[in-house]
Design a protein around this ligand. Structure first.
Ligand SMILES: [Mn+2]
Length: 133
């Protein structure tokens, strides 16, 4: 059972475990638009590995109405060295329209790329190139 460990503004740190299904995250925030930063969904990864058609916005996969800002996806676009911060930056710069309504940001750990990508997606930190890797 996942639980919310910490909340700051619209950023939620959930308990860390090895696998997450999309529905587990959605059940925590059933009424919200959800951005996931810097961790993977196992069912999304399965779809990617099976070459399923998965919608993308910029370099981020859209899965079960959630936008996954995560560089861990098993996809060729992520095989180069890239940080979730870069994905967050590009999304913020290129797609301001998807941030117009209320939303939540979900992270499952609190290292640098997780926090920076979440702060940028949440709109608390302005996107700045100095944080790119
Ligand atoms: Mn991380």
């Amino acid at each position: 059972m996942i639980k919310i460990e910490q909340q700051y503004e619209n950023i939620y740190l959930i308990s860390e475990k090895t696998r997450y299904e999309a529905r587990e995250i959605k059940s925590l925030f059933p009424d919200n638009k959800i951005f996931i930063c810097d961790f993977a969904l196992s069912d999304l990864n399965t779809a990617i590995l099976n070459d399923a058609e998965v919608e993308k916005i910029d370099q981020c996969f859209v899965w079960q109405d959630m936008i996954c800002v995560d560089h861990h996806a098993p996809h060729e676009s992520m095989s180069k060295k890239i940080s979730s911060v870069n994905l967050a930056y590009d999304l913020r710069i290129n797609h301001p329209e998807i941030f117009a309504d209320d939303f939540v940001v979900v992270i499952n750990h609190a290292d640098t790329d997780s926090l920076l990508s979440a702060l940028m997606i949440a709109g608390i930190f302005e996107p700045d190139q100095k944080w790119l890797f």
